[in-house]
Structure formats: structure tokens, C-alpha cells
Design a protein around this ligand. Sequence first.
Ligand code: HXC
Length: 254
Amino acid sequence: MVKLLREGALALLTLDRPEALNALSFAVIRDIGAAIDEAAGWDIRALILTGTGEKAFCAGADIKELVGRSLMDERAGSELGQRVFAKLDSFKVPSIAAINGYAFGGGLELAMACTFRVASSKARVGLPEIKLGLIPGYGGTQRLPRLVGEARAAEIVLTGRTIDAEEALAIGLVTRLADGDVVEAAKAFAAEFTGYGLPALALARAAVRRALDVPLDEGLRIEADLSTLAYRTEDAAEGLTAFIEKRKPQFRDK
Ligand code: HXC
């Protein structure tokens, strides 16, 4: 139900349940967690997630599985999704959701747990849980405001409306639109940063990630700490020397 491939410096994770528009059964969520654990052991520089088929990235939680669940089961389900998506959010290298079609509910929450989102022009996204009498349970109410601001997020969650690719780009919900094939566009995007040194990439991401979680003075202290760590790396010495010597730096991830 989930395919994991390695292509050079990239891992490609594909939700492969097209008959249900790649809906997230609990088995699929566990498979995503296992695939992330496996990819964590690989020497890669980016992780790309997408969905099988022309139509959907992921239509959300498997609604057929949600019917008739007890409150305790439901809490465990929400916590399972949150745990697996948090693992993705803090994955060792940046992740890119290549949104090839619908990304609704848990599908959009999965995409929001990625570092970046690249969407096809026919992508449609939203958090329609309210229409089912539910609310997002896999991180959507927390990650959406961090991406688009509180009032816009409340509008999206309370109306459950569908957002097209152009609007998703305009409000910062997706990072880029793809001209052609969305996975190829995600690979091209990854190529824009995978050539840099891993320590600087990891430190930069860690600093930006904390920005909306802590007060400004604490964030600035974190930035000073991480910037000092970056300064001490061999890659920084190489990058600065290469600039002076007017040559391309040879980063060695140290
Ligand atoms: C299970 C789903 C599904 C889902 C689609 N399917 N979405 N099965 N769970 N979320 C199945 C359909 O039942 C159907 O199978 C097949 O996929 C094709 O779907 P259609 O509806 O026939 O396709 P289409 O008419 O093109 O409509 C596409 C769609 C629609 C607009 C994406 O399927 C839709 O609205 N899906 C639900 C989206 C949604 O509400 N997601 C949020 C879920 S709640 P069969 O075999 O029946 O023909 C959530 C978080 C909950 O994600 C919080 C938990 C803690």
C-alpha cells in the first residue's frame, strides 16, 4: 500500500492505494511510519512523497474505517497519525510532498507535515472534516495556521472548502506549482538544495522550524547557537575559502 524507492540521493515514497484514492487506512499510516524508518537508514538528501494515479495524492483518512469507532479507538487513531506525521516533520533531511491531485483531510495533513509542497495545477486541497461532523486530527489545526495564519486557517477548517492550486500557492499553503509532471518538479526543486552540505542544511532547517514555536528573543538565541555551530563546520571553512579563491566549494558534510 506504500512503495519506497531509492533514486540516488532521493527517497521516493508513494501512497499506492488508487482504488480508494490513496486514503489513509491505519495500515497505510503504519506503512508510512515503517517506510520513513527505513529511509532514515539511507544516505539520502531529500524525501519525496506522492500518490499513485492521476487523480489523488490522498483523499484523507479512510472514512470506511472511521465508522463506528469508539472514542478511545478514535483517540488512539489520531495519536497514531500525529506520531507518524511528526516523524516525517522531523525527518533527517527535507521532505517534499508532490501533490498530484486531491489532497483532502489527512492527505493535506500529511502534505503539511512535509518541509515543502509542490502541487500540480490540477491539485485540489482542503480540510473537509467539518462536513463529516469531525475536525482534523492528524495535525491540521496546528500546522495550517503556521503556514497561512490563524484567521485564514480558521476559515479553511470551519468552511471545509476546496482550494485550488493557484490559491494554495498564493496563501503559502503550497510552496511551488509544477509546470508539468509534479514528481519531476519536486526532484528539480530538491536539486536546488541537495548540493549544499548536510550540516548547514540541517542547522538552517532546525532554526527556521522553531521560529513560530518560541518567542522572538528565544528564537534569536537559538539562531545564534545554531549559526555558531554552522560556523565551526569544515564545510563553512571550505565555503568561505572557496569564495575568496573564486572557485566552487567542495562540501564534505563535515
Ligand atoms: C475511504 C475513499 C475516500 C476516503 C474516496 N474514497 N475518498 N474511501 N476514505 N477518504 C473511495 C470512494 O469511496 C470510492 O470507492 C473511490 O475512493 C473513488 O472515490 P469517488 O468519491 O467515487 O471519486 P470522486 O467522485 O472523483 O470524488 C473524489 C473526492 C471524494 C472529492 C476526493 O472521494 C471525497 O470527497 N472523498 C472524501 C474526502 C474527505 O472527506 N476526506 C477527509 C476524511 S476525514 P468506492 O469503492 O466506494 O467506489 C480525515 C481526518 C479525520 O481525513 C480525522 C481522524 C482523526
